[in-house]
Design a protein around this ligand. Structure first.
Ligand SMILES: *Cc1c(COP(=O)(O)O)cnc(C)c1O
Length: 373
């Protein structure tokens, strides 16, 4: 029996009729670029998030780049990013000639450490990019307070936690991605809301900023062929939008399925001293983009599981300060010990919407067998 990380096919088969029809409708209409499905999806997602503006774009990496361009960040400006994240978060910072300033993460939540942000701020700092890693929130209330005190922009990298909500100290709740000045997400097929190719979106509550974002994604033009600024070409295509219109209706169900799979993992692995299970913060629900455990002998466990046909993945094997690309361009002002330690200990187990008890029992039995021998 082979156990893969994902089961995109199983998920598709359950909604095949609706998906196939939505794709065929676009093909029949021949509105491949900026068709009605795109506007419908932007409206639907804004409705789901409960407020603000949504602008589709080509992928999550572009979403981050467009956000920084729309905020007018200039070469040499500093942007604070976590040192433990997918490279795209910091890559666009480098691409625009900005300086990524790396800040460590909390070792139990995997998310950026607010106190580290304060220590890393300089007169050149312009923005903070918290990442809601693996499916739950970075400490947004503290981050927004720091940003207000230092007049910084906050761009949420919400590629991994779409559908999760933040609960503030006063009890109010907001969807992740709608708290900072701009929120970014990805619809890469393996994300919690995935399309069947590349896709992304940018959120903001500010109508002026929304207009700038739209302009940046569309060659810097507001009026066709009148280019006011240097922008780029970053579009969510109509077929992907049509697929997303179907899948958005299932997002809450998908989040619930992931959460219940996480519960089952925690139950099945509860007795094992060798494993540190993922924790849940009180200020956010968890939509388990990944179920990530921490273990010593990580690579040996991974090989053992592979020998039994069980997939697992290391997200991420290097912290950003250890990546060739970032060494010459990033600034490090605080110790990054947790990020480096996590990079050597983390292992993500299969996590998707189609898991069942039998699959999870097989995975957990294999893990137990590894630690017995
Ligand atoms: C996936 C991801 C991105 C990039 O999204 P793409 O659509 O693949 O460009 C950015 N940040 C994080 C944290 C991600 O997980």
């Amino acid at each position: 029996m082979k156990i893969p990380m994902l089961d995109l096919r199983g998920q598709y088969l359950k909604i095949k009729e609706d998906i196939d029809r939505s794709i065929q409708d676009v093909v029949d209409s021949c509105s491949f670029i900026n068709g009605p499905a795109v506007h419908e999806f932007e409206k639907n997602l804004a409705g789901y998030l409960g407020s603000g503006y949504v602008v589709g774009c080509a992928n999550g990496t572009d979403a981050l780049q467009v956000a920084m361009m729309a905020l007018g960040l200039q070469p040499g400006d500093e942007v604070i990013v976590p040192s433990f994240t997918f490279a795209a978060t910091a890559e666009v910072v480098g691409l625009l000639g900005l300086v990524p300033v790396l800040v460590d993460v909390d070792e139990t939540t995997f998310n950026i450490d607010a106190q580290g942000i304060v220590k890393a701020i300089s007169p050149k700092t312009k923005a903070i990019v918290p990442v809601h890693l693996f499916g739950q929130a970075a400490p947004m209330e503290e981050i927004m307070k720091i940003a207000r005190e230092h007049s910084l922009f906050v761009i949420e990298d919400n590629a991994q936690a779409l559908g999760a909500k933040y609960t503030f100290a006063d009890g109010t709740q907001k969807y992740l991605g709608t708290i900072g000045h701009i929120g970014c997400t990805s619809f890469f097929p393996t994300k919690n809301l995935g399309c069947y190719g590349d896709g992304g979106a940018i959120f903001t509550q500010d109508s002026k900023l929304a207009a700038s974002i739209k302009m940046v994604t569309d060659h810097g033009q507001k009026v066709k062929y009148h280019h006011d600024i240097i922008g780029c070409n970053s579009r969510l295509d109509s077929i992907q939008a049509a697929i997303l219109n179907v899948k958005l209706q299932h997002l809450d169900g998908y989040s619930a399925a992931r959460y219940s799979a996480a519960r089952i993992y925690k139950e099945l692995l509860s007795g094992l001293e060798e494993i540190v299970l993922p924790t849940e913060v009180p200020y956010s629900n968890h939509v388990y983009h990944q179920f990530t455990i921490r273990v010593k002998e990580r690579d040996k466990l991974r090989e053992f599981l592979a020998s039994k046909g069980i997939a697992s993945m290391t997200y991420y094997p290097l912290s950003l300060n250890k990546q060739e690309a970032f060494m010459p361009i990033s600034a490090v002002r605080v110790p990054l010990d947790n990020s480096e330690k996590l990079a050597s200990e983390v292992l993500s187990l299969p996590m998707h919407t189609e898991l069942n008890l039998e699959i999870q029992q097989n995975i957990c039995e294999a893990i137990k067998e590894f630690y017995k021998s």
